[in-house]
Design a protein around this ligand. Structure first.
Ligand code: GYE
Length: 357
């Protein structure tokens, strides 16, 4: 707000320079039109809050839901001008987007960190420029120079998956677990936490993790990894853990092609993380056995954080999203994770209809 005039000038300059170099970073403005001429533009009334959002990319349904939620919340109707950058999963592009936001003099920066390390110097630059940073979704492990983080406990998600599998296998009389893991992008805290959580239960229970490879959180990545697993581990696995929904869709395509049966009536138990609507529908239809939610709708909470900052209040440093665990059958109705008993929701048509994304 205070820096608005500077923002207008720099915004125009940056828009032009981005256009000139044909940036692949995908920075776009969705607001009431900076540089749109004189008169009652967003910069002159002093009320509009400018937010730069350095998004990871567009790799998954989860990501699309996260972006859509941000665009809806940080809209002109809600008093915001949003500068949005899609880094296409490239950390260097993400850092440059943040530098661009600093140059543009935005009021707040939101970042969903592609990887969990390498943040201290850019966050220091934000701090020096007096721009509060709010981190969403993935965590930053090597700096605390941000106001708040809003997201999920990924290790708990991995533990929940493991505890559910343990109880489910017991209920089905399955005594041996030979699992294949399709990981998310390397270095992402979501990947690290889910991997660690599941492995902790696997190690404790004496399960075999035959392999754990990077599917990059994409459908194509999940398919590619599963195609190679089907060749290398034919007949040896009975569990596939996909670290997001889209990888599970790819894995199912690969298993179809390889003649491997999966899901409630199949030979292979398949689970995913995220619980977007299509995944929950797969669980309802018995194609997938379970899905562990990761809630992408952080933007309304970030809006609250910004309102607190505007009012001179101190927001909480860590804010956790609410999440549920979903399964196809009613064999396991609750699990205990970190000493806390949590329900497993059996998916019905009603449950599916109520999914918000
Ligand atoms: O699970 C995946 C996305 O960071 C939690 O990133 C997020 C993950 C999500 O691409 O679908």
């Amino acid at each position: 707000m205070k820096k608005k005039w500077l923002a207008l000038t720099l915004s125009l300059a940056m828009t032009l320079s981005l256009a000139a170099c044909g940036s692949t970073g995908g920075t776009s403005t969705s607001g009431s039109g900076s540089g749109s001429g004189s008169g009652s533009g967003s910069g002159s009334d002093g009320d509009v809050i400018t937010v730069g959002f350095a998004q990871v990319g567009h790799e998954s349904d989860w990501r699309t839901a996260s972006t859509e939620s941000a665009k809806k919340v940080f809209s002109p109707e809600n008093g915001y001008e949003l500068l949005f950058s899609d880094a296409d999963n490239d950390s260097a592009v993400q850092l440059e987007a943040i530098r661009g936001f600093i140059q543009q003099g935005v009021d707040y920066i939101i970042v969903d960190p592609i990887v969990s390390t390498g943040w201290d110097s850019i966050l220091t630059e934000c701090e020096d420029a007096g721009i509060p940073v709010i981190v969403i979704d993935r965590t930053i492990d090597d700096s605390d120079k941000y106001v708040s983080w809003v997201g999920s406990d990924f290790k708990t998600e991995g533990l929940a998956c493991g505890e559910w599998l343990k109880a489910y296998a017991a209920a089905k009389g399955i005594t041996e677990i030979n699992a294949l893991v399709i990981e998310g992008s390397t270095g992402a805290s979501a990947t690290i936490g889910r991997t660690e959580g599941f492995k902790e239960v696997a190690d404790r229970e004496g399960w075999t993790i035959l392999d754990s490879q990077n599917g990059d959180f994409t459908e194509a990545g999940g398919q590619e990894v599963m195609e190679s697993y089907c060749q290398s581990y034919a007949g040896q696995f009975n569990v596939v853990i996909c670290q997001n929904d889209n990888e599970a869709y790819g894995a199912m395509t690969a298993m179809d092609a390889a003649g491997v049966s999966y899901g409630v009536d199949g030979d292979v138990i398949i689970v995913s993380f995220d619980s977007n609507e299509p995944a929950v529908e797969h669980v309802l239809n018995g194609n997938m056995n379970a899905t562990f939610e990761c809630n992408p709708m952080a933007a309304p909470t970030v809006d609250e954080v910004i309102k607190q900052l505007e009012a001179g209040e101190t927001p909480e440093k860590e804010i956790y999203m609410e999440e549920s665990w979903f399964a196809a059958e009613d064999l396991v109705t609750e699990i205990t994770v970190n000493g806390e008993t949590m329900p497993i929701t059996q998916v019905t048509q009603e449950v599916l209809d109520a999914r918000p994304y």
